[in-house]
Design a protein around this ligand. Structure first.
Ligand SMILES: [Zn+2]
Length: 527
């Protein structure tokens, strides 16, 4: 329903204040003032969607735009060029921190006000909706002494919130943190923040060069947008600094490729890159009115494929007076990559994209599709919402084959499941051998899928035990010595194969191990 003001009697100052406070109270992220032929249309964005808010008659239009330009510190005599401004004030006990942008259009100046909300960033990293395993990985990534940590996602996916939360975690007495941002979205006590000003030549790259002379421990770069910034960021991180930044890509794999496209030297990137946190935002189901509904065949199959779970019911959105169409707020969907030595080696050795993809999507990685569907099971969001997010990736810069669509996500998930299956098979195999106290003997391998495996002194093969889904899960495993595998050998096996420090623990969603085919037992017995 449109909001109606008494434009005849109410002063424009009051109307503007009213709109700002009302939008903030409704948890809107943006307010748009769109000039039309007949009137000025006001829309507000809540939970990612724009909604009509009010229609201001043309008689008031000019005054209203001027008022906003005045309070945001813009030049009111300039109406032909775009301008940026900011408002920081308290109205009716509501603290407002607003970024204002003015763009001349053919019908007049369009103004967009971005409402900055610190409440999420201040609540702490623990409250950002990471799954327990992803949170553990983030904690591991940010505990490194130096290296580059990237948060990726499209515009408006909460990258800044994640970055600020990490900064607050790193913000300690003994640490010198300097940021270079455009714009500074939140002031953090104890941190030195630099606002980029390209008009006077204070670009990201120029600021960074000076910052390096200021003895920083942690450098936060608002966004890596150009080659020079990417190169300085990577160089800074290998000279003993933690560099934290965001980049406009949609997953771990794309991020690595984007940085290489930005002419960052392979060996430097390999040595610098420590972790990539990718995220998207899904609308959160309103806990008051959400309702269970049975899953259909397609959904059942996808849950089975992606999570190996039988899901017969999920929550759906209904709608009540406390929410919009059954949704209230948003939750992030994550993919967290800890860059292992194997991945570093692969980057510096310029392996084919397919190989890199396999190394990135090991069992240790929860894909965004998996993370999202877990959140559907938990009743945090809906199945449709996750599919919409995964399928409709509006990131034009990675259009084409790299577009992170559903097919790609399913493929990434398959890769991580194959890795998990292979590890489980190997553990099982090794345990079996351990029990039988048999020396491993050479046997033939069907397929070698992992180039990172050490050269064998003796090798054993995990037979392909799954008859249905894949024929690539088999990989060659080498035991490090000629002695029979012991429990420590088992650890070595799993580490060398899947390149993750905690692979000894079973994956969160273990895949049932099919029975070993009898032909294999005979083979072994005959040797
Ligand atoms: Zn509701």
């Amino acid at each position: 329903m449109l909001k109606v003001f008494d434009y005849e009697k109410m002063p424009v100052v009051e109307i503007v204040n009213n709109i700002l406070v009302d939008a903030a109270k409704r948890d809107a992220s943006d307010i748009h003032f769109d000039p039309q032929e007949e009137y000025l249309k006001i829309r507000i964005r809540i939970d990612g969607d724009l909604k009509d808010y009010a229609e201001v008659p043309n008689t008031i239009k000019r005054n209203m735009i001027t008022r906003i330009k005045i309070i945001s510190g813009m030049n009111i005599t300039e109406s032909r060029l775009p301008q940026d401004g900011a408002i920081k004030t308290t109205i009716e006990d509501v603290n407002l921190d607003l970024r204002v942008s003015c763009l001349p259009t053919n019908l007049g100046e369009k103004i967009v006000i971005r409402i900055l909300d610190y409440s999420m960033s201040q609540a702490g990293l623990e409250t950002l909706g990471f799954s327990p395993s992803n949170f553990e990985k983030v904690a591991r990534i940010i505990s490194v002494p130096n290296g580059i940590i990237l948060v990726t996602g499209a515009t408006g996916t909460g990258k800044s919130t994640t970055v600020y939360s990490i900064l607050q975690k790193l913000n300690r007495e003994e640490t010198n943190i300097i940021t270079v941002e455009d714009p500074i979205e939140m002031n953090i006590e104890g941190i030195n923040q630099v606002q980029v000003n390209s008009e006077i030549g204070l670009t990201f790259a120029a600021s960074l060069r000076s910052i390096l002379r200021q003895d920083p421990n942690v450098i936060m770069i608002g966004e890596i947008r150009d080659n020079e910034t990417a190169q300085i960021a990577v160089r800074a991180s290998i000279t003993g600094h933690i560099v934290l930044s965001t980049i406009h890509t949609n997953n771990s794999l794309n991020t690595i490729e984007r940085l290489l496209d930005m002419d960052v030297e392979r060996y430097l990137l390999a040595s610098a890159l420590e972790g990539i946190i990718s995220q998207k935002l899904a609308r959160r189901l309103c806990p008051k009115c959400r309702k269970l509904r049975p899953t259909n065949e397609y959904e059942k199959e996808l849950f089975k494929n992606v999570l190996n779970k039988d899901v017969n019911e999920t929550y759906t959105n209904v709608g009540c007076e406390e929410c919009t169409n059954g949704f209230k707020g948003r939750i992030p969907i994550h993919e967290v990559l800890v860059v292992t030595q194997t991945i570093k080696d692969a980057i510096s050795n310029n392996v084919r994209k397919e190989e890199l993809r396999k190394l990135v999507y090991t069992e240790d990685v929860t894909t965004m599709l998996q993370d999202g569907m877990e959140k559907v099971i938990e009743g945090e969001t809906t199945f449709e919402e996750i599919l919409k997010l995964i399928e409709l990736d509006e990131d034009e810069s990675t259009a084409g084959e790299d577009r992170s669509n559903l097919q790609n996500s399913i493929e990434f998930t398959k890769l991580s499941q194959e890795a998990a299956k292979a590890t489980l098979n190997k553990l099982e195999e090794a345990e079996k051998k351990d029990r039988n106290e048999k020396s491993p003997t050479n046997s033939t391998s069907n397929n070698i899928s992992n180039p990172a495996v050490n050269s064998p002194t003796s090798s054993s093969t995990t037979p392909s035990t799954s008859s249905t889904t894949n024929n690539t899960s088999t990989s060659t495993v080498t035991s490090p010595s000629t002695t029979a595998p012991t429990s420590s050998t088992i650890n070595n096996i799993s580490n060398s194969t899947v390149t993750s420090p905690n692979t000894a623990t079973p994956p969160t969603n273990p895949i049932p191990i099919p029975p070993q085919p009898t032909i294999n037992t005979n083979e072994k017995a005959s040797q």
